[in-house]
Write a protein that binds this ligand. Structure first.
Ligand SMILES: Cc1cn([C@H]2C[C@H](O)[C@@H](COP(=O)(O)OP(=O)(O)OP(=O)(O)O)O2)c(=O)[nH]c1=O
Length: 194
């Protein structure tokens, strides 16, 4: 069984991959995350996941390398991680009272080959007050998260409804990740304790 590398610095992705019993090592990818002119959000997210996986795979021939990317999408606009608290407050004000998409792509590379999937969930926020947005941003939780919130953290109190994969919103869709690994000849259950 090929050993698996997670090409990600995201602690959430490590926790989710651990949750399903996969044995892996971590090698974060460093790529340019600038969207291309007129690039559609889904294309952008899938391209980044592939670039992350391929950037690491080139250094580890024969290993399966999993890359992923998550963006929040509101009316076709891509909301990535905020660059500062001001931007975090602005994103949360925009997301207040909306239904938006959270797009997460996963890509599994081996050498120069790469298979990828795009998973989209719909998240509905209730209306947020200016005071709670300010208090939330002060906690620091939004700063390393797409759309400036974490559904799995304090930000969970903003979420009225989710349609689709919860794990995709947190950063790694578990069912689709297991399917990609199975297709590559490395089913998740083979890692499980006997
Ligand atoms: C919407 C949402 C995003 N996120 C996180 C998941 C990702 O870590 C992050 C999106 O940023 P990404 O650029 O996808 O990932 P990253 O920079 O954290 O890690 P890497 O590129 O090395 O893989 O937002 C949550 O934790 N909870 C949420 O509810």
């Amino acid at each position: 069984m090929a050993s698996i590398i997670l090409a990600s610095a995201s602690p959430r992705r490590s926790e989710l991959l651990e949750q399903i019993g996969v044995v892996f090592s971590v090698q974060p990818a460093h790529i340019d995350e600038t969207p291309r002119t007129a690039e559609m959000p889904g294309d952008y997210v899938e391209r980044l996941a592939r670039e992350k996986a391929l950037a690491v795979a080139v250094s580890f021939p024969g290993k399966l390398v999993l890359g992923s990317d998550t963006s929040v999408v509101l009316d076709n606009a891509i909301l990535g991680k905020p660059s500062d608290q001001h931007e975090a407050r602005a994103m949360l004000s925009e997301l207040s009272g909306t239904t938006h998409q959270v797009m997460t792509a996963i890509a599994l590379a081996q050498g120069v080959r790469c298979e990828s999937r795009l998973v989209t969930a719909e998240v509905t926020f209730r209306s947020l007050s200016g005071d709670e947005i300010a208090a939330y941003v002060t906690t620091g939780e939004p700063m390393d998260k797409a759309g400036s919130y974490g559904i799995q953290g304090l930000g969970g109190i903003f979420v009225k409804e989710i349609k689709g994969s919860y794990s995709a919103v947190v950063g790694l869709p578990l069912q689709e990740t297991a399917a990609l690994l199975a297709d590559a000849g490395c089913p998740v259950w083979k890692h499980w304790p006997k």
